[in-house]
Design a protein around this ligand. Structure first.
Ligand code: ATP
Length: 456
C-alpha cells in the first residue's frame, strides 16, 4: 500500500486534502489523473446501469434534505457505531475495530465502555442556529431515491419492475478513517434502487424478489469485470439470516482482495418495502404503485446495489499497480512501474510526443497529430526529457499507447506523390508503443484513429 499511496501522490492521482495545512483526517482530493479515472468509472457505471437499459432512470438530488427523512430512514436513531476511548492516551476507536498497538502512555490501552456515536454530520440550515433548522449531510444517496419515487414514477413511462439510479457524495463522520481512501468521511456512492413486484403479485415467467436479487448480484459482478477487475479477486459474501436487518430478505456483499485484506466494495440488499413504507408513514403521502395488469395497489419491494466510487477507484489502483524488471539495449536492468488499467478506464488514452523538442518540423507535425487524436481520445502532450523517460512517466500513469512523431514520419511526408494518386499524408507513419508489451509498431497517420479505436 505504501508504494501505491506514494505513486498516487507522485503522479497526481490522489492527494491528502488540505495538505499545506497539515491535512484533515478522512478527506482526500483527486488530482488531474485521479479526476479522469474517477470520471471514467462514474461514466462506466452510469452507462451500464442507466443508458444501456430501458428500465432504469437517473436522478441527481440535493445533499441536504428535509431532516425528517433521516428519522424515517432510521438514521437519526440508529446510524451509529460503538465508540470507545482510551482513558490514558485519549485515543478513540470503533469498538469493533480496536488497534493492536500498545498505549503510547505505556502498557495496554485502558478502554471506556462503548457508547453509541452517530455518524451523520449535522449542520444548520438558514441564518438562525436552532434545533428546528438542524439538518444533516446525507450519509447515503439512497434516501433521495425513495423520497422522489412518486415524482419519477409520474414523470416517466416506467412500470414496475424499474429502477432509479444516482451517483453522488455521501458523508459519514467515521470514527477511524483508514486504509487510504477506503474508509473516508466524504465519499461518493453509486446506488440503484430497483423496484419489483412483491412475490404475491408475481406471475408465471416473472422473476421473484429472490430471483431479482440474484440477477443483480450477477450483473454487478459482470460490471466489475468489465472495468478490469478479475473474478478471481472478487468474492461474494452472503449474509446469514441473523445478520440481516429485520426488513431485509437477503444481502450479498461483493468483496475485493485489497493489499490490506478482503474488503467490501458493494452491498446488494433485498430491502422489502421498508423504505417506501417508512416514508409513507412519516410524510403521510401514499407511496403505492397501481399495477394495471394485476389490478392491484401495492408498495413495491426493492433491490439495492450500493457501491462506493472511491473504493472502486482504490481497487483499480491496487489491481493496476505492477513492477517489473526490464533490461535495455546496453544490458542495464531497472524496475519499471506500470499501472495496467483497462484502456477504457485509463485516465489518459494516448500520449503524443515529438521525438525532439527543438526540431520545429517534428513539433509542428506532432501538434497536428495531437489535434487529430484529441478529437477522439483523452490525450496528453509531452516533449520534456528523452523518449525513454517519457515512456516511463506514461507507464506510471497507465497510458495504454504512446505515439511518437520522428524522422521517419518526415521521410514518409516527403514521399508524397500526388501525381501518382498518392494522397498527402498517406505514407506518413508514426511509432505506436504499447504500454504492456512495450512493442512498437509503425502506423499510418491516416489510419491512426481506426487503429487505436480497434485496440480498446
Ligand atoms: P462499513 O460496514 O464498511 O462501514 P457499510 O456496510 O455501512 O460500510 P454501506 O452503507 O452498505 O456501507 O454503503 C455502501 C457502499 O458505500 C459501501 O459498499 C462502500 O463501497 C461505500 N462506503 C460506505 N462507507 C464508506 C466510507 N466511509 N468511505 C468510502 N466508501 C464508503
Amino acid at each position: 500500500m505504501g508504494k501505491i499511496v506514494a505513486l498516487c501522490k507522485r503522479r497526481g492521482f490522489i492527494y491528502p486534502s488540505s495538505e499545506i495545512y497539515g491535512g484533515i483526517n478522512g478527506f482526500w482530493d483527486y488530482g488531474p489523473l485521479g479526476a479522469e479515472l474517477k470520471r471514467n468509472l462514474r461514466d462506466a457505471w452510469w452507462r451500464a446501469m442507466v443508458h444501456e437499459r430501458t428500465d432504469v432512470a437517473g436522478l441527481d438530488a440535493s445533499i441536504i434534505m428535509h431532516p425528517k427523512i433521516w428519522e424515517a430512514s432510521g438514521h437519526v436513531e440508529s446510524f451509529q457505531d460503538p465508540l470507545v476511548d482510551c482513558k490514558k492516551c485519549k485515543g478513540r476507536w470503533r469498538a469493533d475495530q480496536l488497534p493492536e498497538t500498545k498505549c503510547p502512555q505505556g502498557g495496554p490501552h485502558d478502554y471506556t465502555e462503548a457508547r453509541p456515536f452517530n455518524l451523520m454530520f449535522k449542520t444548520s440550515v438558514g441564518p438562525v442556529e436552532e434545533s428546528a433548522s438542524i439538518s444533516y449531510l446525507r450519509p447515503e444517496t439512497a434516501q433521495a431515491i425513495f423520497v422522489q419515487f412518486l415524482n419519477v414514477l409520474n414523470t416517466t413511462r416506467l412500470k414496475v419492475p424499474f429502477g432509479i439510479a444516482q451517483i453522488g457524495k455521501a458523508f459519514r463522520n467515521e470514527i477511524n478513517p483508514r486504509n487510504f481512501t477506503f474508509r473516508s468521511r466524504e465519499f461518493e456512492q453509486m446506488e440503484l434502487e430497483f423496484f419489483v413486484k412483491p412475490d404475491a403479485f408475481v406471475r408465471e415467467g416473472e422473476r421473484t424478489v429472490a430471483q431479482w436479487h440474484e440477477y443483480w448480484v450477477e450483473e454487478r459482478f459482470r460490471w466489475y469485470e468489465s472495468i478490469g477487475l478479475p473474478r478471481a479477486k472478487l468474492h461474494p459474501r452472503v449474509y446469514e439470516k441473523k445478520e440481516l436487518a429485520h426488513y431485509a430478505s437477503a444481502c450479498t456483499d461483493i468483496e475485493f482482495d485489497f493489499p490490506f485484506g478482503r474488503q467490501e466494495l458493494e452491498g446488494i440488499a433485498a430491502r422489502g418495502d421498508f423504505d417506501l413504507s417508512q416514508h409513507q408513514k412519516f410524510s403521510g403521502q401514499k407511496m403505492e404503485y397501481f399495477d394495471e395488469e394485476a389490478k392491484a395497489r401495492y408498495i413495491p419491494h426493492v433491490i439495492e446495489p450500493s457501491a462506493g466510487l472511491d473504493r472502486t477507484v482504490l481497487a483499480l489502483l491496487c489491481h493496476a499497480y505492477d513492477e517489473e524488471t526490464v533490461t535495455d539495449e546496453k544490458g542495464q536492468s531497472e524496475t519499471r512501474v506500470v499501472m495496467r488499467f483497462a484502456p477504457r478506464i485509463a485516465p489518459i488514452k494516448v500520449a503524443v510526443f515529438p521525438l525532439l523538442k527543438n526540431k520545429e518540423v517534428l513539433v509542428t507535425k506532432a501538434q497536428a497529430v495531437f489535434r487529430l487524436l484529441q478529437k477522439h481520445f483523452v490525450c496528453q502532450w509531452d516533449d520534456r526529457g528523452n523518449i525513454g523517460k517519457r515512456y516511463r512517466y506514461q507507464d506510471e500513469q497507465g497510458t495504454p499507447w504512446c505515439v511518437t512523431i520522428d524522422f521517419e514520419t518526415l521521410e514518409g511526408a516527403k514521399a508524397d506523390a500526388p501525381e501518382f494518386g498518392v494522397k498527402a499524408g498517406d505514407k506518413e507513419t508514426v511509432t505506436v508503443r504499447d504500454r504492456d508489451s512495450m512493442k512498437q509498431v509503425r502506423v499510418r497517420i491516416s489510419e491512426l484513429v481506426t487503429e487505436i479505436s480497434k485496440r480498446f
